[in-house]
Design a protein around this ligand. Structure first.
Ligand code: SF4
Length: 202
């Protein structure tokens, strides 16, 4: 069985797609958009190797413990490992969860790749296109640049989900480690961090 290579999993988040979701970041990205917010996910070295059934168990546990309505795959580049991710997507979807997938490729490129068929077939909401730093997204949630497109591949979701706000989530673990996810403009991030910087300068 081909193993997944994962960067991290957040069991329950409101910041990575419609409703409460389990978010799965893949490790490894061959797209490499200039200005990417997650360059630490580019290399295929590191990451956590995991058989997809183990990842499916984790996602289903997130449903049972936190009530997540679906899983979101983001990167890294999910379509760099489409086969094990497609199997994972089909397994959790068969259990009633929704699947949202981000990709730096355009869907037209993926549709001609046989290895991508299973993941596309099990994705309800696909967000496609590379991150373009010179085309910042002015209003839609979850995406960084205006060229990126939402494809509603099933009837699970529709355009109304795009009324959701962008969110940034900060988790501080008991060991003091800090974990951040979600999306915010540079201006909003600066506003958030300014009081912290001021405190450090006192
Ligand atoms: S596809 Fe995503 S992870 Fe890869 S470089 Fe572009 S923005 Fe970064």
């Amino acid at each position: 069985m081909e193993l997944l290579n994962l960067h991290r999993i957040v069991d329950a988040t409101l910041a990575e797609g419609p409703g409460l979701r389990c978010a799965v970041w893949t490790q490894g990205c061959s797209v490499r958009c200039p200005g990417c917010f997650n360059p630490q996910t580019w290399t295929t070295r590191g990451g956590t190797r995991m058989p997809w059934p183990e990842a499916a168990e984790r996602v289903l546990r997130a449903r049972d413990e936190h009530g997540v309505q679906g899983v979101t795959f983001l990167g890294g580049e999910p379509f760099d490992q489409p086969e094990p991710l497609g199997a994972l997507a089909a397994a959790v979807r068969a259990e009633g969860l929704s699947v949202m997938t981000f990709t730096g490729h355009r869907v037209e490129e993926l549709r001609v790749r046989p290895d991508c068929a299973a993941l596309l077939a099990s994705t309800d909401l696909l967000v496609d296109g590379p991150y373009l730093a010179d085309k910042p997204e002015p209003s839609r949630p979850w995406v960084g640049s205006a060229n990126q497109r939402f494809h509603f591949l099933t009837d699970r979701y529709d355009e109304s989900v795009l009324d959701a706000p962008n969110r940034l989530e900060l988790r501080i673990a008991t060991d003091g480690s800090v974990d951040l996810n979600g999306f915010a403009t540079t201006e909003a991030l600066e506003a958030l961090l300014a009081p912290v910087r001021e405190g450090n300068n006192r």
